[in-house]
Design a protein around this ligand. Structure first.
Ligand SMILES: [Zn+2]
Length: 341
């Protein structure tokens, strides 16, 4: 039986979060009783929560008068075409400081896009902060937050915010909102809790793109079973999505000074190899690759909200607050990094 662990085992005494299908409720009741395990129900009825959030009005606050497409964009978790047209809108409103590049194509043929934001100075060797999100399809808050951060950068620069101006003079920010576009669309159309890519492997679909990177491929915590949520794929970079990103990062590795991999959930920052003497937390594989193979010294995994009350089903009303708190963190990080590189 393959269970879907929302948060897998890591170290002793740290609880795991697991999604239990209704037909297994009784089995689990018995297991918990027999083993005297403690449990807390985080979400009683996931499907119901998802339906409610879909129907929820975006915000009860009165809307500002001049609400355009950019403002409304963060009322909802958007579909991929809307995300891509949002990037285009940012670029058309901010020519000279923002541009979009397609770095590859997903298995099902969707473009993988990044938005590049800087002060327009084409200085050679200008350091890049690379921010990647949307690798795990169901972590919807991740692409929403990184797009929102990009929007904050261009707005801040235009408004002559001194911190932002200094940062965009120093760095180019490359933001990849949706690394796994096929999976992301699948979570909107078929299965909200889908995590992997969508390339077929026998009777099952998809590899865990995070575990498909070439550094210590097949190491701790990666499954060889194509039906597992943590399937590593038949070979390193078997997924066109991970291949595209790794090629791009390696091509630019001399300029990329920091790599931030944005996931949910858990609310913490993880640095590479921090916990190798215990089980590797779920979302560190790519960052280990960025650090170990691309030699990007400042590589981190960022786990956004929450700590488990909603988990992957974080309501859309959280998009703006998460964006605000993450923006503060990213700006602080970039300011510190500016002293180092
Ligand atoms: Zn993740």
């Amino acid at each position: 039986m393959e269970l879907d662990f929302w948060r897998g085992p890591s170290y002793v005494d740290r609880p795991v979060d697991v999604m239990i299908p209704p037909q297994l409720n009784h089995t689990f009741d018995k297991i918990f009783e027999d083993k005297l395990l403690q449990r807390t129900v985080l979400i009683e009825d996931l499907e119901n929560d998802l339906i409610e959030d879909r129907a929820a009005r975006p915000s009860l606050k009165p809307k500002p008068q001049r609400q355009d497409i950019v403002e409304r964009h963060f009322d909802e978790y958007q579909r991929l075409p809307k995300i891509h047209s949002f990037l285009d809108t940012i670029v058309s409103k901010n020519t000279g400081i923002a541009s979009v590049e397609t770095i590859g194509t997903s298995y099902e043929g969707r473009p993988i896009k990044i938005i590049r934001i800087g002060d327009g100075n084409e200085k050679k060797n200008k350091p890049i902060i690379f921010i990647e999100s949307g690798i795990h399809a169901r972590e919807w808050i991740s692409p929403a937050t990184t797009q929102c951060f990009g929007q904050y950068l261009v707005q801040g620069y235009k408004a002559r915010n001194s911190d932002i101006t200094a940062l965009l003079q120093k760095f180019d920010f490359y933001i990849l909102p949706v690394l796994n576009p096929d999976g992301y669309e699948h979570t909107h159309t078929r299965d909200r809790m889908w995590r992997k890519t969508r390339k077929p492997y026998g009777n099952c679909m998809g590899a865990d793109p995070n575990r498909n990177f070439g550094y210590q491929w097949g190491g701790q915590g990666a499954s060889t079973n194509p039906c597992s949520e943590t399937y590593r794929g038949p070979s390193a970079f078997s997924e066109p999505e991970t291949k595209a990103v790794s090629d791009y990062v390696l091509r630019n590795k001399d300029r990329i000074k920091a790599y931030l991999a944005v996931h949910s959930y858990g609310q913490y920052f993880l640095y590479p190899w921090g916990w190798t003497n215990t089980l590797t937390p779920d979302d560190k594989h790519l960052v280990n690759w960025a650090y170990g193979s691309a030699h990007i010294k400042y590589s981190y995994t960022v786990e956004l909200r929450d700590t488990g009350s909603y988990g992957f089903a974080l309501p859309k009303s959280h998009i703006r607050p998460v964006c605000e708190e993450t923006t503060v963190a990213f700006i602080a990080f970039a300011k510190e990094l500016a002293k180092e590189v």
